[in-house]
Design a protein around this ligand. Sequence first.
Ligand SMILES: O=C(O)CCC(=O)C(=O)O
Length: 287
Amino acid sequence: MSSSLTDAQVSFYKENGYYKPLRVFSETEMVDLRAEIEAVEARYSHGSLPAPLNQYFRYDGQIVMPFMVRVARNPAILDAVESIIGPDLMVWSAELFIKDGGSVAKVSWHQDLTYWGMGGTDLQVSAWLAVTNVDANNGCMRFVPGSHKLDIVSHRDTFAEDNLLSRGQEVAVEVDERDAVLDDLLSGEMSLHHGKIFHASGPNHSDDRRIGLVVRYISPALQRTLPGRDYAMLVRGVDNHMNWNNVAPPVTLFGENEIHTYNTVLREQQKVLAQDSGKPLSHFAMG
Ligand SMILES: O=C(O)CCC(=O)C(=O)O
């Protein structure tokens, strides 16, 4: 059975820059996924990898963790994403956003596409999967509907410690919180958001962890706006454009080849992430 979006759902996305909620997994499947994530944490968070585990969680997890690709290839997610950006789909990055119970970590108001070297494209969409329930109390995302119709606005870097973004970047325009809607979701539901929508998230006031797994999809037709070639993984359809170096899915969790590929990809992407920041590239190999 197809999980394509209806015309009304696509129109809502085009008008507002997001769509929610879409059920893609059962709650039981999310209990299992959480256990899998926490088993990886138990095994690898004590310095047994070349970089801190959090770096692999926050950037390009699809290259080193097979379970990320399993999620990214889920047919219900792909059907919905296909309704927005077409039948050929690549994963640019899969990431975990985890806020522990009581954590003050937040995400400032930003537009995703600011430092991705893709311009202000409509050919990118993020699917944010709630592994746990997410709501206002535990720091779910908030969206400003319609803000994706703006260009990419200026962002200022804060490099704030409690900010989960690479540069702690925030839009340099005033956001009226009263314009925002909550991206509250039950575990196993996802939202889709446009790369230019203003979005943010607050601290986790609950006792439990808030876990989200986000997959950044692009169409192979999308062209990078900067010199050099970036990388992406084909997960549905065909790549008739060859705009991206195609990365193979991982076979082994944190295998030697997987880590080698990861380093090659991150090196290229860090250049874009670090542009005009005044910080050395090493700063963006985040811990
Ligand atoms: O999970 C969060 O709190 C923020 C995630 C986010 O900014 C994104 O997925 O683009």
